[in-house]
Design a protein around this ligand. Sequence first.
Ligand code: NCD
Length: 312
Amino acid sequence: MNRLSVDHLLGIKGLNNNDLELIFDTAKKFKEVINRPIKKVPSLRDITIANLFFENSTRTKLSFELAEKRLSADVLNFSASGSSINKGETLEDTVNNILSMKVDIIVIRHPNSGAPFFLSKKIKSKIINAGDGVHEHPTQALLDCFSLIEKIGDLKGKNVALVGDILHSRVALSNIYALNLLGAKVMVCGPKSLIPKHIESLGVVVEKDLIKALRWSDAVNMLRVQNERMNFNYFPTAREYSQLYRLDRNKLNLINKQVTVLHPGPINRGVEISSEIADSKNAIILDQVENGVAVRMAIIYLLASNMNNDLE
Ligand code: NCD
């Protein structure tokens, strides 16, 4: 199968194993391309893509824009700050206006969970979710898994722990779905107040002791404490959080094995991970950023191919 089973990338939920395999195979080819002296391909010369960012972003926004440009698409960038959103325009109106300018694909980041799904029901363009509230961040999970496979091989039977603020993390939910599809065993680790109730129903193991989680893990994905999504205190102090949940040399010295370390960024150095570990050889944080461009190229390319088929 060389076609995705979906018309939009709204989440990892809804994808199947073939989709993931197809995305990873395509990303591998694009990774070769972006490491060549001529980093561009003409594949999407006739396609226009709008990046609609209703929430702050550095990495994801730059990564999408670069991926689109490497594919030779025309790119429109929109940020909510400084836009007519502040004048009371609805999401649907904003998007319809942009669509009147003949946009084929919309990449959207939005603070409300479900916003990309809502749009996909209202408009004709292909939608790619670049993070919706506390729900999903599918491209992040795909680039995390792609980078992890590159480092430790097939994830079937491998132990992967997601550590930190699971409750507010869209990266966590998308990773759980993706890792489950790839046959990995998944653990979530963090203070009880930051672990959603009933998360076991997603097929994950819950562990509140980071040392035990590290002993179990082949890889750990360290998640940031999402202070901007908290309206009360979920733990006593940042200092206590770090003592218990910061990945640092002291904790790694207590276990007698190598663990691969991921982080989606932005890193709060010293809070969820020490600088020493973030910059160590077991950390694949910058590989994740590099692979993000290739994985996003693959997704855009595959969704656009579906579009061409639709026209035939
Ligand atoms: C993540 C996000 O925005 O969900 N960052 C990212 O996209 N690289 C994680 C975070 O903000 O901590």
